[in-house]
Design a protein around this ligand. Structure first.
Ligand SMILES: Nc1ncnc2c1ncn2[C@@H]1O[C@H](COP(=O)(O)OP(=O)(O)OP(=O)(O)O)[C@@H](O)[C@H]1O
Length: 265
């Protein structure tokens, strides 16, 4: 059988890439010419000391910030000027270091907010084709329930999100972004503030998503978790690329050790 050139091209194109991206806040270059490519199906770690620019880079990748220079590509297409909705539509999902669910909405309703725009939001269609809208809503609820099952929050579906612990909020957020069927996920510190049992569960879910083919970029300070999940990590310091390699190797790299001790700023 002949190899499919389109498929080969798709597989070789990084799902997410930055080229020379710069973002300054006043005089501070939080991200300073950063280039990075996530490979398809990869689970890549992004580490670096506090203030290295990791979260700012995530905000640029997710479209909530626009870079001052450089470009951002999703599946090889330039999305530098596109907003967050377009990035979600292009298959990029993002979680936050501190998730903020809608506290008074139920757990199930929170997951449903991750669904992409549906016919029901178009009032005219609701009037002329109410059956189609109702069927879409039923399908969305079914999908949301399946995702709550995946993150083991099913028993809490009718509870308001405010009752959830910090770790459960992270799982809820994961379920919410999965509603949009992302090909690529940006995970911002999934381990922070999570108890060890839940942490292992989150690790397992992340591995399962990756095994299903989802490409993942992970910011994490917990190096045990990074070592469990990632075969490659990129180190940022002072807004710039500092090093990359296997987790065990980069933590021994003198430049990386120096950056964590405050040598690079
Ligand atoms: N909105 C903003 N306005 C001004 N400065 C900002 C803003 N966001 C981030 N910064 C600054 O940019 C730098 C990079 O911050 P960023 O949060 O991206 O780092 P980080 O690597 O994610 O750090 P941490 O590991 O502590 O979360 C820091 O000096 C921070 O104070």
């Amino acid at each position: 059988m002949q190899p499919d050139p389109d498929l080969a091209h798709t597989l070789a194109t990084p799902p997410l890439e930055t080229r020379g991206v710069v973002k300054a806040f006043g005089g501070l270059r939080a991200v300073d010419g950063m280039s990075l490519a996530l490979q398809r199906g990869e689970l890549l770690g992004l580490i670096g000391p506090n203030g290295a620019g990791k979260t700012t880079l995530f905000n640029l990748l997710a479209g909530s910030l626009k870079p001052d220079a450089g470009s951002i590509l999703v599946d090889g297409k330039d999305v530098t000027r596109a907003g967050p909705e377009t990035r979600i539509g292009a298959g990029v999902g993002r979680t936050f270091q501190i998730p903020r669910p809608f506290a008074e909405m139920t757990v199930l309703e929170n997951v449903l907010t991750g669904a992409q725009r549906q016919s029901g939001e178009r009032a005219w269609l609701n009037l002329v084709k109410p059956g189609r809208v109702a069927a879409e809503e039923r399908a969305a609820v079914e999908k949301a329930r399946g995702l709550l099952d995946f993150v083991t929050l099913s028993k809490l579906e009718h509870e308001p999100a405010r009752v959830l612990s910090g770790g459960q909020r992270k799982l809820l957020e994961l379920a919410r972004i999965l509603m949009a069927d992302p090909d690529t996920i940006l995970l911002d510190e999934p381990a922070a503030g999570v108890n060890p049992t839940l942490l292992q569960f989150i690790v397992d879910r992340v591995l399962e998503l990756n095994a299903q083919g989802v490409s993942i970029l992970l910011i994490e300070h917990n190096m045990d978790m990074v070592a469990q999940l990632c075969s490659r990590v990129v180190v940022m310091a002072g807004g710039r690329f500092l090093a990359e390699g296997a987790p065990d190797d980069v933590v021994r790299d003198p430049a990386v050790v120096d950056a964590y001790l405050g040598g690079v700023a």
